[in-house]
Design a protein around this ligand. Structure first.
Ligand SMILES: Nc1ncnc2c1ncn2[C@@H]1O[C@H](COP(=O)(O)OP(=O)(O)O)[C@@H](O)[C@H]1O
Ligand SMILES: [Mg+2]
Length: 399
């Protein structure tokens, strides 16, 4: 068996099936969502008949599990006993123990991360793949990391004229935090307060008075030292668009969902509960009923955002659209959910790219991006003896 670190491009038998390793789990609130997404990608890749497949579960304690246990977990077996037995089997623990399970997989041709949120969507795993010199599906470290930070994202979108809501930023280190009076004056009387680096609606609150604002800040600061305060879009419809590709990019149909107004007071939003706990009353619509010009504008904004944020492989762009049909780019998701309730999964079906074809295309984009990355030169010159200039008139080589 070849060692897993051997470069894929030197594979001897080019007719052999490529070995795709899907990763799921992680330590974000979307750990279980990721299991469902991974299962669907596994089935989609299996349907192509083109690949050898393995799955690796990343337990909540950060350990990568062996392929057999991982498969059981993906198939919804009780996770904790399997994690416990794996941990018990690991005899000596060293610095690389958390990722040791990768060594038993044989040659890995490409990684397919399906870890949402923390670790998967913030660039961490992509850094590991790069260190291992392996192709992988989806955006590179930088695209993920920048898109995961809601403040950096807004700065880049604004710089590139992609419409997004007005915002302010406050930091834990600010001696004087933004007061409600300042926020209200600059953004209006309804705002969303968000931890900069989170997802799944965690660390997010809607605020429309001083007490709510103060409580919201306190909550958000639990999740990050940087907090974004955003003007609320009035009675928004929420839209989602799939974007895939590297140099050439494809945009899916647009999907819409309307979150039920839980309180009956017009204040409902897509919070953690309506997203994950009970999605049953969210109404979806594909394609979204929009004037043609707005559809075109949204597709164009999606493409421009994808480019500006250095994305590749796949992303889902989320929009908020106000009562006058003005679209605002809400946020990019660089590792979109692929569960049965995920719009990303359904949008491509409506765009004539079925799940098997989509998964196959994503793998191919991963190989393409890897090949392209090899065109970049990292060569260096050996420096020899060090020669220093002068410091305040004195020869720097002397001390
Ligand atoms: N400016 C806004 N105006 C109206 N609703 C918003 C606004 N920002 C966020 N929301 C609501 O909060 C939800 C979560 O916000 P989002 O920025 O997408 O964070 P997350 O990364 O947690 O998904 C959105 O889907 C929407 O329902
Ligand atoms: Mg969102």
């Amino acid at each position: 068996m070849k060692h897993w670190l051997e470069p894929v491009l030197e594979k001897e038998n080019l007719m052999a099936k490529q070995h795709v390793v899907l990763l799921f789990g992680g330590n974000s609130s979307e750990h279980d969502v990721s299991k469902r997404s991974c299962y669907n990608y596994y089935k989609a890749l299996e349907a192509t008949g083109k690949y050898d497949l393995s799955v690796v579960a990343i337990a909540q304690n950060g350990y990568f599990l062996d392929a057999d246990r991982s498969m059981k977990i993906m198939m919804q077996e009780d996770e904790q006993p399997l994690v416990d037995s794996y941990m018990a089997e690991l005899k000596e623990k060293g610095i690389l123990s958390p990722i040791k399970a990768l060594e038993d997989l044989g040659q890995i041709d490409i990684f397919f991360p399906v870890v949402h949120g923390n670790l998967g969507e913030d660039g961490t795993l992509q850094g590991l793949f790069r260190l291992l010199d392996k192709p992988y599906v989806g955006a590179a470290l930088r695209g993920h990391a920048v898109s995961f930070d809601k403040v950096l994202t807004k700065e880049i979108l604004t710089q590139n004229n992609v419409r997004n809501t007005k915002y302010l930023v406050t930091h834990a280190f600010d001696e004087k935090k933004l007061t409600w009076a300042e926020v209200e004056e600059q953004l209006g009387s309804v705002v969303f307060v968000k931890a900069a680096n989170q997802g799944s609606s965690v660390g997010i609150s809607r605020a429309e008075n001083e007490a709510e604002y103060e409580a919201a800040l306190k909550d958000s600061f639990q999740y990050d030292h940087k907090v974004l305060i955003e003007q609320a879009v009035n009675g928004p419809r929420e839209l989602e668009v799939g974007v895939i590709g590297n140099d050439k990019i494809l945009v899916s149909e647009i999907g819409a969902h309307k979150v039920p107004d839980q309180g009956g007071d017009g204040k409902g939003w897509y919070d953690y509960h309506s997203k994950f706990v009970d999605n049953s009353s969210v109404a979806f619509e594909i394609p979204a009923n929009l004037p043609d010009a707005v559809t075109e504008e949204i597709k164009d904004m999606s493409k421009r955002a994808y480019r500006a944020l250095n994305l590749q492989g796949e992303a889902r762009m989320d929009f908020l659209i106000d009562e006058d049909n003005v679209p605002y780019l809400g946020e990019p998701n660089t590792l979109p959910g692929f569960t049965n309730m995920s719009l990303f999964k359904r949008l491509w079906d409506y765009s004539d790219i079925d799940n098997a074809k989509l998964a196959d295309m994503l793998v191919q984009y991963g190989f393409d991006a890897y090949k392209k990355s090899k065109e970049i030169s990292y060569s260096f010159e050996s420096l020899g003896e060090e020669k220093v200039g002068t410091f305040n008139g004195k020869d720097g080589n002397k001390n």
